[in-house]
Design a protein around this ligand. Structure first.
Ligand code: 5GP
Ligand code: MN
Length: 338
């Protein structure tokens, strides 16, 4: 952001405004954490703010401060539309193309509110009046911290904001291990702990609240893991039947894809998850090093994301999706082995 833009946003926010904050569909820890952190900050400034998520998020985020105030568009469309139509400012967080909000896309497009994007994904669209986009950032939560600091709002950082931002940085960096974790990330984390984020309690709430069924589902996923050494690739499949057998709940498969990457010499890991009701197969891609899963997902699977973490989907069933994937791999043999 330029200094000029920060000044303009400061002026915009100097009087109470009707503000809507939106994360991407199927919001993760960074999406929910960044929205709530910003929400608490804006409420303290006296704004009439609300977080509207396209749909629900996993139970392991349902302890975050003020999480109960979040409106879910898919079940509360009418009231959500009213908020959006009346909004003077709309923040879009942790995504950079309006289609990532699913059914909210059209009402957001139609809104004449000042739109402010805060995001760290590759290749942002140009829909926002103010675009704070930086692909080097570990997380949108880190950017919200910077955003509050740039606006001179550090004195408003309280234990609730600190908790929300800590959570999103933690989940998006794989607990501070991915290359996007910088010295600055750690300095921000230190500051958030000083402001009242209880790090041990947050790790426990997110990672140590598994259900028995989820661990059984993980067992099935690991059993289904296939390694293709010639492509340094590992992939997992989960059919709708697998999900049903273990009473799958939203968020249960979060993180499974990473197990493929933990195998020695593997640089590309994928998980295919069949979703019969939605008529799609959802895919998550992860990589190590220079192999861009953002490009891979964009080119072949209607998706995108970051260089080392991206998502996508097909309208095909699981076996057809897998066939398509296997057919594509040979053209990447060199890239995967370089
Ligand atoms: P995940 O695999 O955990 O769902 O997502 C990995 C990363 O890719 C996240 O940063 C997520 O926001 C992004 N992502 C996931 N699915 C999609 C998609 O369908 N399109 C785009 N553009 N990004 C996605
Ligand atoms: Mn993120």
């Amino acid at each position: 952001m330029t200094e000029r833009e920060i000044t303009d946003i400061g002026i915009l926010l100097s009087e109470p405004k009707a503000i809507v904050i939106v994360p991407h569909k199927n919001p993760d820890g960074d999406a929910v954490g960044s929205c709530l952190g910003l929400y608490i900050y804006l409420c303290q400034l006296g704004h009439d703010a609300i977080v509207i998520a396209p749909n629900d998020y996993p139970d392991f985020l349902k302890w975050l401060p003020f999480e109960k105030n979040v409106i879910k568009y898919d079940s509360q469309e009418k009231i959500a539309d009213t908020y959006i139509n009346n909004a003077e400012v709309i923040f879009t967080l942790d995504f950079n193309a309006l289609q990532r909000t699913g059914d909210m896309e059209s009402v957001l497009k139609a809104s004449r509110a000042v739109k402010i994007m805060i995001d760290h994904h590759q290749q942002p669209d140009g829909y926002a009046s103010f675009t704070y986009s930086d692909v080097r950032m570990s997380s949108t939560c880190e950017m919200v911290f910077n955003f509050i600091e740039m606006l001179g709002g550090s004195k408003y950082l309280n234990p609730e904001i600190a908790t929300c931002l800590y959570t999103g940085i933690m989940t998006d960096t794989g607990s501070f291990r991915y290359p996007s974790t910088s010295g600055k990330t750690h300095r921000i984390i230190a500051e958030l702990i000083d402001k009242g984020a209880n790090n041990a309690a947050i790790h426990n709430a997110v990672y140590d609240t598994n259900s028995f069924e989820r661990l059984q589902l993980l067992g099935r996923a690991l059993k289904n893991l296939v390694v293709l050494p010639e492509y340094r690739t590992a992939y997992i499949t989960l059919s709708q039947e697998d999900l049903n057998e273990f009473q799958h709940k939203k968020g249960d498969t979060e993180g499974f894809v990473n197990y493929g990457l933990s195998i020695e010499n593997i640089v590309f890991a994928v998980i295919f998850i069949e979703q019969i009701q939605e008529g799609i197969t959802k895919i998550s891609f992860r990589s190590k090093g220079d192999f861009s899963v953002n490009e891979f997902a964009r080119t072949h699977f209607e998706g995108g994301g970051h260089i080392n973490a991206a998502g996508g989907k097909t309208d095909l069933d699981l076996s057809e999706t897998l066939k398509k994937f296997i057919a594509i791999l040979p053209q990447y043999k060199k890239a995967l082995n370089s």
